[in-house]
Design a protein around this ligand. Structure first.
Ligand SMILES: [Zn+2]
Length: 225
């Protein structure tokens, strides 16, 4: 047992049991197995894809786990978003990547682009959890991560807004960094959670406006249903 594990025993972020030395992550084996997978990657026209249908062209989209407020998945996301467990975000990204690796979901994807966070917000939090998820994904699948998008401003919380207000709130919020042209590349846009899909849609439209021939697919850790 590592000395740090002795001083700060690692516990499962879902059930609180002490993790065995074989359990290298942040969630015990039974809890990890019990998280609800959507298996949307197997389903053309799945409920997440339907949120984007007709808005802009894309190849495919999936959210790996079902997400609802108060659920175990939401508890995990809260822990890495607001309680500084950035390693948990990497662990979850790696888990999703490993599980999707053999399914063909990543075939012909050139680059992973995480949804950015405004630099002031990132400075306050110390990290962008979606970049941490991207690092975990990279560890599992080896597709490079590029921080091609930047957030031009901080956006207010979306939760209390109507669909139209959300769209207004996000208009032109993202910009492509200079020298990050992804012309003719297949980009996997990555976010932590997909609710209405407004954030991913705005990011996808930024690519479609700024690049030529860029194809878009989308992946999130959680998706509401
Ligand atoms: Zn557990």
């Amino acid at each position: 047992m590592a000395i740090l594990d002795f001083i700060f025993p690692r516990i499962c972020h879902v059930c609180g049991v002490t993790l065995s030395p074989q359990e290298r992550g942040y969630v015990c084996t039974p809890c990890l197995a019990g998280l609800p997978r959507t298996l949307y990657h197997r389903q053309k026209g799945n409920p997440m894809e339907m949120r984007f249908a007709g808005l802009f062209p894309f190849e495919r989209a999936t959210g790996h786990f079902f997400y609802s407020s108060g659920s175990e998945v939401s508890q995990l996301i809260q822990d890495f978003k607001y309680r500084h467990f950035r390693g948990l975000a990497r662990f979850m990204g790696e888990t999703a990547g490993r599980e999707l690796l053999s399914t063909g979901f990543f075939s012909d994807i050139d680059v992973i682009v995480p949804i950015p966070m405004h630099f002031l917000k990132k400075a306050r939090r110390g990290y962008n959890q979606t970049e941490e998820i991207a690092t975990g994904l990279y560890n599992a699948i080896g597709i490079p991560v590029e921080l091609s998008l930047r957030a031009r401003r901080s956006h207010v919380s979306q939760t209390s807004l109507s669909t139209r207000e959300r769209k207004e709130n996000l208009r032109d919020i993202f910009a492509l960094r200079q020298h990050h042209s992804l012309d003719n590349k297949h980009v996997l846009l990555l976010d932590d959670v997909c609710t209405t899909g407004a954030t991913l849609a705005e990011a996808a439209e930024t690519f479609h406006r700024s690049c030529t021939g860029t194809r878009i697919s989308m992946l999130t850790l959680g998706v509401t249903f």
